[in-house]
Design a protein around this ligand. Structure first.
Ligand code: PGA
Length: 271
């Protein structure tokens, strides 16, 4: 285990026992600040070259600290998001974007309402797409990502069962954006937001694994002890469709950003 000064304001331990580069920060807040600064550095570099920054973003409890810091960087340090193109990879299905549980209001209240990304540069899948139009809708969504030049940096969380976006265990490595069935663990973990598991949609629109692998850089954030068991399988186990995130062992530029609670036994292996 090495201790790195990732920037002048933060430090991290780089775990040496993992098959995917993994940075462990002392607290969830430090992890969020670090990822925000990676995003900000990319935006600044692209702004200086007058080229867009194409981001894949995510919802959930995990990235809240990252969005908080990005909003602070915009307000206090003038970070300019005007050339950012933002894509969200998933949404419950069926789901109206006006529903409080939709990913749309979540992204707006945590991030988009507080920074200067032009509305026409924000794309979030619509869960009210008619079922018979979903396939062409998904193809067009991915075509829009391609027209933007592809995702430069995709931020993701990870489910307790190893899902990335809503690619649940068993998802094919070749899967494309589609409507996918939610796993029981995912529906149980979301029950609080929906006021009971019975109210959680059974399906979701999601980027496929192949769409995630197409991103030039992926950062997966995982915080808290509930993620420790799956992280050990993803980061030290074999690549298997039973653990969707394990495929990132074969992605050329993925990093995990975690806290000590999520690291669990990985830290002991490192010691
Ligand atoms: P969480 O969700 O950030 O709310 O833990 C992560 C995920 O399921 O991808």
């Amino acid at each position: 285990m090495t201790v790195d000064h990732v920037s002048s304001r933060e430090w991290a331990q780089r775990l040496s026992s993992t098959k995917i580069p993994t940075l462990m920060f002392p607290t969830p807040a430090d992890a969020g600040v670090h990822v925000a600064h990676v995003v900000a550095d990319l935006i600044r570099e692209n702004n200086a070259a007058s080229v867009p920054t194409v981001l894949g973003l995510t919802t959930g409890a995990t990235p809240v600290g990252m969005y908080h810091e990005l909003v602070r960087l915009h307000r206090e340090e003038g970070l300019d998001f005007s050339k950012v193109m933002a894509f969200l990879p998933d949404e419950y299905f069926p789901m109206s974007p006006d529903c409080p549980q939709s990913n749309h209001p979540w992204m707006r209240s945590h991030f988009f309402d507080h920074v200067n990304i032009p509305e026409e540069q924000i794309q979030m899948p619509r869960g009210d797409t008619p079922l018979n139009e979903v396939q062409s809708y998904c193809e067009e969504f991915i075509a829009a990502v391609d027209r933007a030049g592809g995702i430069q940096l995709q931020i993701l969380g990870i489910g307790r069962n190893g899902h990335i976006s809503f690619n649940e265990p068993g998802s094919s490595w070749h899967s494309q954006m589609r409507v996918a069935k939610l796993a029981p663990e995912t529906r149980a973990d979301t029950a609080g937001v929906f006021g009971g598991e019975e109210n959680v949609p059974r399906q979701a629109l999601t980027f496929g694994i192949s769409n995630i692998l197409a991103a030039r850089q992926v950062i997966i954030m995982a915080l808290g002890h509930r993620k420790a068991e799956i992280l050990s399988r993803v980061l030290t186990g074999e690549v298997t469709e039973a653990v969707p995130a394990s495929i990132l062992q074969r992605h050329r530029n993925t990093i995990f950003v975690i806290d000590p609670a999520a690291a669990g036994s990985l830290v002991d292996q490192d010691a």
